[in-house]
Design a protein around this ligand. Structure first.
Ligand SMILES: Nc1ncnc2c1ncn2[C@@H]1O[C@H](COP(=O)(O)OP(=O)(O)OP(=O)(O)O)[C@@H](O)[C@H]1O
Ligand SMILES: [Mg+2]
Length: 225
């Protein structure tokens, strides 16, 4: 195993079951080092989200090995996976996944509530991160009072507030116009420059070109990167 790798996939396969068997990932081997800024691209249905869910410990590989920060995570129980996820990984979903009835600030505080961090400290940290993503003036807005790009910034703030080593973003620019999308990628790049390992999915070549490495998936297999 590569010593500086934060993510090491060894011949991973993932098959969706439930009577409609789909071989979503086949024989994926990958090594991603600390602080890398990686784009994953590929046609719709090629397996990108499935791969992100495996990397994010939300799905367990059907076969193969997954070493996350030098620990084997394939074969762990759901609650062990949740614990690993909460302590090391931030996840940005394509559709934001924000709580509609909570303010931007409360949305960002949420992971800290789960982590048991006390009220005042929690609020200060959430405010800090919202300021970093340029939303200091929007902290009390609810998701339906924010633009698409602002919602994505809240989602990123929520994903990084626990200071994860790894940030996974599934189509973070998918619903945004080009300029807003580029601003989001620039923000991710800054986080990578600070040492966070960042992996994002995009099918937009211009967004992919911003990464320092790109991994292309076609028909459930890696064909480049
Ligand atoms: N829960 C599921 N049950 C069965 N098959 C699924 C499930 N989720 C995804 N699939 C199938 O697995 C394959 C890979 O899906 P995945 O969502 O990883 O693709 P993707 O590359 O992210 O596509 P997109 O660019 O459209 O988001 C697809 O053929 C899809 O139909
Ligand atoms: Mg997808």
């Amino acid at each position: 195993m590569n010593k500086s790798a934060v993510i090491e996939l060894d011949n991973i396969c993932y098959t969706y079951g439930g009577g409609k068997q789909v071989f979503a990932l086949q024989n994926i081997s990958l090594s991603i080092g600390s602080g890398e800024f990686v784009a994953i691209s590929g046609p719709s249905g090629s397996g990108k989200s499935t791969l992100m869910h495996i990397l994010g410990c939300m799905l367990t590989p059907t076969s193969g090995g997954y070493c996350l920060l030098a620990e084997e995570v394939a074969g762990r129980t759901a609650s062990q996976m949740a614990q690993i996820r909460n302590s090391t990984i931030g996840f940005v979903f394509q559709n934001f996944n924000l709580l509609p009835r909570a303010s931007a600030l409360k949305n960002v505080e949420l992971p800290l509530i789960y982590a048991g961090i006390a009220g005042r400290k929690r609020k200060a940290r959430a405010l800090d991160v919202l300021t970093r993503v340029g939303l200091a003036a929007r902290v009390s807005h609810h998701p339906n009072e924010l633009s698409g790009g602002e919602k994505q910034r809240v989602a990123i703030a929520r994903a990084i507030v626990s200071k994860p080593k790894i940030l996974l973003a599934d189509e973070p620019t998918g619903n945004l116009d080009r300029a807003t999308g580029k601003a989001i990628i620039a923000m991710l790049k800054e986080l990578a420059a600070d040492g966070m390992t960042i992996i994002y999915v995009s099918h937009d070549l211009e967004m992919v070109a911003e990464a320092t490495r790109s991994i292309h998936i076609v028909d459930s297999r890696v064909v480049g990167g």
